[in-house]
Design a protein around this ligand. Structure first.
Ligand code: GDP
Ligand code: MN
Length: 434
């Protein structure tokens, strides 16, 4: 069984994974755990909309894309105090810094005009937090919400935990802050309830968690009720994680979800169409979106050898073997299953548009994929794009002989490789020569 610390660490880790996805993939690839998984990302305001639709208590809010809209929203809220929050997928916004000079991605004010002034310094600027890349993430939207006084901040998350083969509720009375720090310095303040997915969350479990979080008197029932509602939401929307930090209480005696981060199981896309339609791709690299248009998966890495592969497993193997031979992958582009010649062309176009790329390694294992189609796509792309970097091709499987013939008879400077090792060696050597 995983310790509470491990679970809390995992909760935090999942969160960071979302924020640092491209970088993490780069690091992971070096450790040999590469995945080509795409994540669905929702902004806080989208997550809170889902929560409020399921009876979870969040503050009244509007979303604004311009400073003027923020001003109008602040007036419409007609609240005693307003909280203005930059919408990016990373956490730690409160302590973040904008490249406009503004400090803090979360601001409280009573004056709608100040909301406007602040929004001006947020929208269109990059916000850097502990969880973003150094250059930060551009803010396109802000959330304008009714601010509430907070008398206590706790932490609550529900996550699918592999080591328990099911959902676990993790909580700490010490919320608002970085939960991993709490897990490291005071692991006794991390509590968990393992849920039997068939039985659902029991009243006793919700009550015990509410108590462990320090909710007293009538607040205890209210917190337990919110926890149950969050659990039902978690199940209904096929989430892998719902994290609320702070899960707070107000001096007026209300339990409120002040922040929200939801991760989803991509395998459930077919039955969660409405949610997946909200996917915010604005923080993807443009090249990722371009690849998605052609049903290709692109992951950018730090090296100089582009990898053109089919399947995540082969991508992982290809990256590993490049590393083993002293090279570094620049990216990988996963062609997936049913391939068309035009996709191969688009793939090459994307790979060569990256200035980091000094060589291309094609590693395709033709099972469903017909190697001859790949070979035709490659020769066409080479001619039309006037390929300037060395190209090493390893094809194997269905119709490979014909594919080899097509490549050989093309008269193009394509280096053939007999196997993966050979391909990696040749690709690394072609870059080293330069
Ligand atoms: P994060 O920094 O990205 O995690 O953003 P949060 O939504 O968690 O906000 C950061 C901090 O701002 C919270 O931990 C709260 O202390 C504070 N905060 C957010 N909303 C409110 C609010 O409505 N009222 C008050 N008093 N504080 C708030
Ligand atoms: Mn937070």
């Amino acid at each position: 069984m995983a310790s509470p610390v491990a679970i809390a660490a995992q909760a935090g880790k999942l969160l960071r994974e979302q924020a640092l996805r491209p970088r993490l993939l780069a690091v992971r690839s070096q450790a040999g755990h590469l995945t080509s998984r795409r994540w669905l990302n929702l902004q806080e305001y989208q997550s809170k909309k889902l929560m409020s639709e399921h009876g979870v208590r969040v503050q009244r809010f509007f979303v604004a894309s311009t400073a003027n809209e923020a001003l109008e929203a602040a007036k419409r809220l007609n609240a005693k105090e307003i909280v203005l929050k930059a919408q990016i997928l990373a956490g730690g916004r409160g302590k973040g810094v904008f490249n406009s000079g503004l400090k803090g991605g979360v601001h409280l004010t009573k004056d709608p005009n100040v909301v406007e002034q602040l929004a001006k310094q947020m929208i269109g600027y990059n916000l850097t937090t502990k969880q973003t890349p150094k250059e930060g993430v551009k803010v396109n939207k802000v959330m304008v919400a009714e601010a509430l006084d907070i008398s206590r901040e706790t932490y609550l998350a529900i996550l699918m935990d592999r080591s328990h083969n099911g959902p676990v509720v993790v909580g700490s009375p010490q919320g608002g802050v970085d939960i991993e720090e709490v897990a490291a310095s005071s692991p006794e303040l991390i509590f968990k309830e393992q849920i039997d997915i068939f039985e659902g969350i029991k009243d006793s479990q919700a009550q015990r968690m509410a108590e462990n979080l320090g909710f007293l008197g009538p607040l205890k029932n209210q917190a337990a009720d919110q926890i149950k509602k969050l659990y039902h939401l978690f199940l209904k929307i096929d989430a892998t994680q719902v994290e609320v930090n702070p899960f707070g209480e107000t001096p007026e005696g209300q339990v409120v979800c002040f922040d929200a981060k939801i991760n989803f199981d991509d395998n459930a896309e077919f039955r969660q169409k409405d949610i997946f339609a909200m996917d915010d791709k604005s923080e993807n690299e443009p090249i990722e979106n371009e690849a998605a248009r052609y049903d290709l998966k692109y992951i950018g890495l730090d090296g100089n050898i582009a990898c053109f592969v089919n399947g995540a497993g082969l991508a992982m193997a290809t990256c590993d073997i490049i590393f083993l031979n002293g090279g570094k992958p620049a990216n990988f582009l996963d062609l997936g299953g049913g391939v068309k010649e035009s996709q191969v062309y688009q793939a090459f176009k994307l790979l060569t548009s990256d200035p980091k790329v000094e060589a291309i390694l094609v590693n395709i294992f033709g099972g469903i994929v017909n190697c001859a189609i790949i070979a035709n796509g490659i020769t066409k792309a080479c001619r039309e794009l006037e390929l300037k970097v060395p190209l090493v091709v390893r094809l194997e499987g269905t119709n490979v002989q014909e594919a080899q013939k097509i490549l050989k008879n093309s008269g193009l400077p394509i280096t053939s490789a007999v196997d993966l090792e050979d391909a990696a060696k040749k690709a690394v050597a072609s870059v080293a020569k330069k």
